[in-house]
Design a protein around this ligand. Structure first.
Ligand SMILES: [Zn+2]
Length: 251
């Protein structure tokens, strides 16, 4: 309240100067009694308090922005009544990957370059440069969300994450990494969550490194007059200042 009122006074009156003075007690000082009464009134939850201005520093506000989503994410995962729904793109990865702000906290990502890590995040969250994302989140997009592996004369095929990881012919060679650790990759009941288990993550990273999967160049093409908003791939922070500048789009 003190700061709020001083701020209001100094803002409204440039000709006002304020002296702060220490006094040994309230005896005989009328304004100290007034201040004491105002303080008690402010501390009383039933009294009507004056609205306080926010004096939060910029660094504190930035920290809150970073911390709040992570805290909510942890609470979400730790609460059995609030599990991530299976319809969420992050559901498969959430079965194994815990939320952390720094990728270096996961041993698999410690030495991973930023560009590949960005594509890993897009793959894990299903928010990336793929037709499945655009069909769900950018319905105004008029271009086809079909995978480029089908010929224009063929029936369109929605470019889904499942298709990219398990069956797109463009990634057959890189997919060998996944097939080695997940022999049942092509089985109809295979769960994508398996690819985010600790034993499979190195293979998934190798798959991404050797392919253009989940990169912008691999996204379904745009019509000439169409602007495409970047996918949100910052669910997990991928800032690694020591790394060279990202050679591929990260969103
Ligand atoms: Zn394809």
């Amino acid at each position: 309240m003190f700061r709020t009122n001083i701020h209001a006074i100094m803002t409204a009156r440039s000709d006002v100067f304020i002296d702060l003075e220490w006094t040994p007690g309230h005896g005989g000082t009328h304004m100290m009694k007034v201040a004491d009464l105002a303080a008690k009134n402010a501390a009383n939850p039933k009294s009507k308090r004056a609205p306080l201005l926010s004096f939060t520093s910029k660094s504190s506000a930035v920290q809150d922005i970073n911390t709040a989503p992570r805290t909510r994410w942890r609470l979400h995962l730790d609460n059995p009544n609030h599990e991530i729904p299976e319809t969420s793109g992050f559901y498969p990865a959430s079965q194994y990957i815990r939320p952390v702000l720094r990728p270096t906290h996961h041993p698999h990502f410690k030495d991973l370059d930023r560009a590949t890590f960005s594509r890993f995040v897009q793959c894990a969250t299903n928010h990336g440069y793929i037709g499945e994302y655009f069909s769900k989140f950018v319905p105004s997009r008029r271009s086809s969300n079909s995978c480029s592996c089908v010929l224009s004369s063929d029936q369109p095929l929605l470019q889904t994450r499942d298709h990219v990881l398990r069956s797109c012919v463009q990634f057959e060679r890189a997919r060998e990494h996944l097939e080695k650790v997940c022999p049942s990759l092509h089985h109809p009941t295979f769960s994508l969550a398996r690819l985010f288990s600790p034993s499979a993550i190195p293979a998934l990273v190798s798959f991404l490194k050797e392919s253009a999967a989940f990169s912008k160049s691999h996204a379904p093409p745009l019509q000439e007059d169409e602007w495409m908003p970047p996918p949100q791939d910052e669910t997990v922070s991928n800032r690694r200042p020591s790394q060279p500048k990202d050679p591929t789009p990260s969103g």
